[in-house]
Design a protein. Structure first.
Length: 141
């Protein structure tokens, strides 16, 4: 299979196999008016299998969202056919507005407009806790 070269755009590499559709939806890539290529279950020496997303335009990305969804992603920015930036993502220490607190007694349940905010408390298990009530958020696997 041959996927064309990107002149200006973004390549999301090292996505955990099977996760590219979730990332596609979260980033609203279906709303873009450019080429978007998804490669699912590509062979990888490092990972065994991986997914790759190529976007034919440079756009702003929320690295916290991507790092939360899949902390192993590598973001490559391409300009004039050359990689100008490479960013290896990790789990963000704080996240805002990405996940919601499910504790019905949390202030975020009663106060409209209050942004849901979580802090990373256990990186090994990928556990985030609400900064308001300390409830554990559901983990992304």
């Amino acid at each position: 299979m041959i996927i064309g070269e990107i002149r200006d755009g973004i390549v999301l590499d090292h996505i955990t196999a099977g996760r590219c559709m979730e990332i596609y939806k979260v980033l609203h890539l279906d709303e873009l008016d450019c080429t978007v290529a998804m490669i699912k279950n590509a062979e990888s020496e490092k990972m065994g299998r991986k997914d790759i997303i190529k976007v034919g335009q440079v756009m702003d990305l929320d690295f916290d969202v991507l790092g939360y969804l899949d902390p192993g992603i590598t973001v490559n920015i391409i300009r004039n056919g050359e990689r100008v930036k490479r960013e290896k993502l990790t789990l963000p220490r704080h996240i805002k507005g990405i996940i919601r607190c499910t504790n019905p007694r949390c202030i975020t349940s009663s106060e409209r407009g209050l942004v849901h905010e979580f802090k990373l408390t256990d990186p090994e298990r990928r556990v985030y806790r609400c900064v308001y009530c300390e409830s554990e958020a559901g983990r992304q696997e």
